[in-house]
Design a protein around this ligand. Structure first.
Ligand SMILES: *Cc1c(COP(=O)(O)O)cnc(C)c1O
Length: 362
């Protein structure tokens, strides 16, 4: 039995007829940019997130940059971010001309460690960027308290957590703004690049709306140095189709996660936390193992697809040499040992059986 890590073709196959209708509608509308399809999706996704505003943008990286830009921070002001995040979170801070301050995550759930925030706050600290990595919401109760106490803005990188919950809330409580990516592999994925900013804050919403379109609200009138980061009209209509199935997609992922967590029994493998199975969105199912290359060979022989999220920690990347000297043992341990198992709604019952039995005989 050959099981791919993820087949975008099979996850999209079920929507093909709807995509074709949406394409025909798009062609006949003659409205190719920022029309009612973007507007409809923005309204529907804001509702899904239980938030006031959603502004569609070109991708998740831009969503983060546009949020950071909306605050008008001083150049080189400091933004605290977990050291084990996907590189794009850190890249956004750099692109916004700010300084990332990397802190170690928690080893039990790989998320930003609220207990390590205060120690790195300086007079130049302006914000915390929390990342709901792998589909699990951060500890927003404690993070929000700290941000309030120190007057810091709270930005959430939710590129991996569409549909995740935290104490029954879908908006990241206390966050000033949340950035989403709809890159094709995400829980809610378009058929190209796409992203969104979600916020309850009128000022941030207005700033992002203007700056995704050159800093212009009124045609040919430019109020700020914006960029071109518009959400595609066609992708918005595809996203609206998939949004209706997102709860189903996530419930399937939760079922698979529950099976992995209950049935995988092997001392060589460390499983993710099982305390919030029905809150987490399970974008990725991460296991850890000491001898990862041995496990990779074993899975390859069994024809089970896997991926590594991520093999090189951000502070060891060439792009940011100023961080290369850092010693971050928890982050380095995570990058050395993680492996992602297949996790998506097109996995069949017998494929999950096979993955579990294969891991149990490893
Ligand atoms: C995918 C991702 C991004 C970037 O999104 P793009 O749409 O590819 O720009 C940012 N942060 C995290 C955590 C991601 O997983």
């Amino acid at each position: 039995m050959e099981i791919p890590f993820l087949s975008l073709k099979s996850t999209n196959q079920q929507f093909e007829e709807f995509y074709k209708l949406a394409l025909a509608d798009f062609l006949s509308s003659g409205q190719y940019m920022l029309g009612n399809k973007v507007e409809n999706f923005e309204k529907n996704f804001a509702n899904f997130c239980k938030s006031k505003h959603c502004i569609g943008v070109a991708n998740g990286l831009d969503a983060l940059i546009l949020i950071l830009d909306s605050f008008g921070f001083e150049r080189n002001a400091e933004v605290i971010v977990p050291a084990n995040t996907y590189f794009a979170s850190i890249l956004a801070i750099k692109k916004a001309m700010l300084k990332p301050v990397l802190i170690e995550p928690r080893l039990d759930d790989y998320l930003i460690d609220a207990n390590k925030i205060e120690a790195v706050i300086t007079p130049n600290t302006v914000a915390v960027m929390a990342v709901n990595l792998y589909g699990r919401m951060c500890d927003f109760e404690n993070i929000t308290k700290l941000c309030k106490k120190h007057s810091l803005k709270l930005i959430v990188d939710a590129a991996q957590s569409h549909g995740a919950e935290f104490v029954n809330a879908r908006n990241c409580i206390g966050a000033d703004a949340t950035a989403y990516s709809f890159y094709p592999t995400k829980n809610l994925g378009a058929l190209s690049d796409a992203g969104a900013v979600v916020t309850d804050d009128e000022h941030i919403a207005a700033s992002v709306r203007k700056n995704r379109n050159y800093g212009s609200e009124i045609k040919y009138q430019f109020d700020s140095i914006g960029m071109n980061s518009r959400l595609s009209e066609l992708q918005a209509s595809f996203l609206d189709i998939k949004l209706k199935h997102l709860n189903f997609e996530i419930s399937k992922r939760r079922q698979i996660a529950e099976r992995y967590l209950k049935e995988v029994k092997n001392d060589k493998l460390i499983l993710p936390p099982s305390d919030r199975i029905n809150d987490d969105a399970w974008h990725l199912f991460i296991i850890r193992t000491d001898n990862r290359s041995e496990l990779m060979n074993y899975l390859k022989n069994a024809q089970i697809g896997y991926d590594i999220h991520y093999p090189i920690p951000p502070h060891k990347q060439k792009a940011i040499p100023e961080f290369n000297h850092l010693h971050l043992p928890i982050t380095e341990e995570i990058h050395r040992t993680v492996l992602s198992l297949p996790m998506n709604s097109s996995l069949k019952e017998e494929e999950v059986d096979f993955i579990i039995s294969t891991l149990n005989s490893y």
